[in-house]
Design a protein around this ligand. Structure first.
Ligand code: SF4
Length: 310
């Protein structure tokens, strides 16, 4: 949304939001619309319409991913099609919405890796958890694009609090800043999708981020594919569980703002090797290094059998 130098927002932390909400039973998306209108000088209708556009973009990308994508400089192939085949054959482990979530998360990650159109919500590496789980659950519950747009708006407000107090950058915070933020945003969105109140959505976001504290960033072969796919799936599954727990009234114990501050503090205690530098974790396994060498040789044009230039 457009922001001007003179922009003001009605609240910039979860605590300020909850004070503003004052137990009125409003859904988080209504506060998100008020936030975006004030920040960007937009009408409510414009805010909603822009988010519906994003929903439709993401649905097209999911379909594109399942149909199949390709890109030379990539670690993983077309796996979402295989997952769709498994579901169609009735051979899944009956994960319900989680099955569809895994399919959609995988499809979006593949579109991202093929340099297709994705929405960085909140980042490219963690682009799939939030839309994957929200669209999967929405379809299962019979919700339309308008309802998904409202859930995404709620997610955006959780993300705004994280970005205001901290960061989405894995180079600063490790994967807890990318996947953790995605999980927190998705949890708030799912509570909103289910008709939950603002305090419950914020509680879900807190629980989801708590479960991601300390998650390192260690991309295999220095590409944002693996373990990123698994971490996106984990963030989505975590969000689904935390949203359901929040709807049941579970106690998040630690307020969201304190959890964000904790993630920021933990990030400061993490070595740089574990923060998106590809200098630690899975990035430096023999297999990762071999894949990286193969891909980089191919990019340089000397990876073909019989080339002999290396
Ligand atoms: S492991 Fe690193 S690159 Fe992959 S999603 Fe997490 S933060 Fe992004």
């Amino acid at each position: 949304m457009p922001t001007r130098r003179s922009s003001r927002v009605p609240f910039s932390s979860a605590a300020e939001l909850l004070a503003h909400d004052a137990g009125r039973g409003l859904p988080l998306w209504q506060h998100a619309v008020a936030y975006e209108c004030q920040r960007g000088g937009l009408t409510e209708e414009r805010v909603h319409a822009m988010m519906v556009d994003i929903v439709r973009i993401l649905k097209r990308s999911i379909a594109q991913g399942i149909a199949g994508t390709s890109h030379a400089d990539r670690v993983l192939g077309h796996q979402s099609g295989r997952f769709a085949d498994l579901l169609a054959a009735g051979r899944s482990l009956d994960g319900g919405a989680l099955d569809t979530t895994v399919l959609y998360v995988t499809a979006l990650m593949e579109v991202k890796s093929a340099l297709g159109v994705i929405v960085a919500m909140p980042t490219a590496g963690a682009c799939a958890a939030l839309p994957g789980v929200v669209i999967a659950v929405a379809e299962r519950l019979g919700h339309d694009d308008d309802a998904i747009a409202r859930a995404f708006l709620a997610a955006g407000l959780v993300g705004a609090f994280i970005a205001t107090a901290w960061t989405f950058a894995a180079e600063v915070g490790g994967c807890q800043a990318e996947g953790g933020a995605a999980a927190a945003m998705a949890a708030g969105a799912l509570v909103t999708l289910a008709g939950g109140t603002t305090p419950r959505a914020v509680a879900a976001a807190s629980m989801a981020l708590q479960s991601m504290i300390g998650l390192i960033c260690d991309p295999i072969a220095n590409r944002v594919e693996a373990p990123c796919l698994g971490k996106n799936v984990m963030a989505a599954a975590n969000a689904l569980a935390c949203a359901t727990m929040a709807l049941a009234g579970f106690d998040e114990v630690i307020p969201l703002d304190e959890v964000i501050e904790t993630a920021r503090r933990v990030a400061g205690q993490m070595p740089r090797e574990l923060r998106c530098t590809a200098l630690g974790g899975l990035s430096i396994t023999p297999t990762s290094l071999a894949i990286q060498a193969r891909l980089e040789a191919a990019r340089a044009g000397c990876g073909k059998a019989g080339c002999g230039c290396g």
